[in-house]
Ligand binder design. Structure first.
Ligand code: COI
Length: 345
């Protein structure tokens, strides 16, 4: 792979004790172009602006997808976490948006090379990591509404701390929808996030941190929570909405299900209605609520509000236990029994 190194690192300008999410970017980036039905050689070069024509398709029809991953440090070792799952999901997103798939050679090998080169940017502190953002955009210079025939795949990385400062207060959204059956909710398309911004802004003005999205047809079943998958502990059972074409298949979600089952918890993936949650609250069987995602890892939900009232959740014992198990694997502190870590040496 062709590598052009930066002349002077920006590393010294970063305060690793205070790392906002996704604001500071590491020295290098990876770039690979798709032209004439094939991917060209990927290149690593200094992080910099790119030049794209105003008529490039991405600006008009939104063919834009991304992934979120992290690299974790244990002393001199640096690990990626289940990167093959990100590749799979990226290619599922690509397929649904009529974009070309990418090979393991470019995606995983490219990310490994990039993180290796910028390994000093992987933070030391527990709860901090190097956030990795692979993405693909349509670059053909043509504003006819049709799939682009040119694309750019890039990877940028950002040392990062916690995504949410505190526990999370959420509102159940029953007017707007994030995604619908047959739509693109299961993909990491940029447009999914854009369509969530305005309803989220309204909720934030009302004092909430995030929304819980409900199904687009009846606004009755819970789907996702902001940028996270959502889990409920009812009695001692862990329940999470089953995956569908309107729910993103989170890799943290999948990992938490696996870890919970390994610890002996019963996990149910099924539809969960708003009514069921309020019912469980009344019967005092609703114990814990949490969200999962790459950026956030596990976010503790402190309250849920809807037309039916406000539910306060004060307990997060199982949440904490699962979070610790996951972080211990990610940071190389425990045995990698599921073979999830990729040591990049
Ligand atoms: C992630 O958790 O990696 C995400 O993609 C959410 C993002 C919008 C920060």
């Amino acid at each position: 792979m062709k590598v052009e190194r930066i002349n002077k690192s920006k590393l010294d300008s970063i305060d690793f004790n205070s790392l906002p999410f996704g604001k500071y970017f590491s020295d290098h980036m990876l770039i690979c172009e798709y032209i004439d039905d094939r991917w060209l050689e990927p290149r690593i070069k200094p992080y910099s602006e790119i030049s794209i024509a105003p008529c490039a398709q991405v600006f008009h029809y939104g063919q834009s997808i991304f992934e979120g991953m992290k690299a974790y440090r244990k002393k001199d070792e640096v690990f990626l976490f289940r990167p093959e799952e990100n590749l799979k999901r990226f290619n599922n997103s690509a397929e649904r948006l009529a974009m070309p798939k990418i090979s393991e050679e470019i995606f995983i090998k490219g990310i490994k090379e990039l993180v290796k080169l910028d390994r000093k940017w992987v933070p030391e502190k527990y709860n901090s990591a190097l956030y990795i953002r692979p993405f693909m955009i349509a670059t053909e210079e043509y504003i006819k509404a049709m799939p682009s025939r040119k694309y750019m795949f890039m990877v940028i990385t950002a040392p990062t701390g916690a995504y949410y400062d505190n526990k999370i207060d959420v509102k159940i959204e029953q007017k707007y929808s994030r995604s619908s059956p047959g739509g693109i909710g299961f993909t990491k398309a940029g447009g999914n996030y854009a369509s969530a911004f305005q309803p989220t802004k309204i909720a934030q003005k009302e004092g909430f941190t995030q929304l819980i999205w409900t199904d687009a047809c009846e606004h009755k079943y819970l789907e996702e929570c902001g940028t996270m998958n959502i889990f409920f502990v009812i009695n001692n059972k862990i329940i999470t909405p089953e995956l569908s074409d309107s729910i993103l298949g989170g890799i943290t979600r999948d990992s938490i299900i696996t870890l919970a089952q390994e610890k002996g918890y019963l996990v149910e993936e099924r539809k969960i209605s708003i009514e069921e949650i309020y019912d469980a609250e009344q019967k005092k069987t609703l114990k814990e609520v949490f969200g999962t995602g790459t950026a956030v890892t596990i976010g503790k939900i402190k309250s849920i509000t809807s037309k039916l009232g406000k539910i306060e959740i004060n307990q997060h014992e199982i949440t904490d236990k699962l979070k610790k198990s996951l972080l211990d694997i990610q940071y190389g502190e425990s045995k990698d029994i599921f073979n999830w870590r990729l040591n990049i040496k």
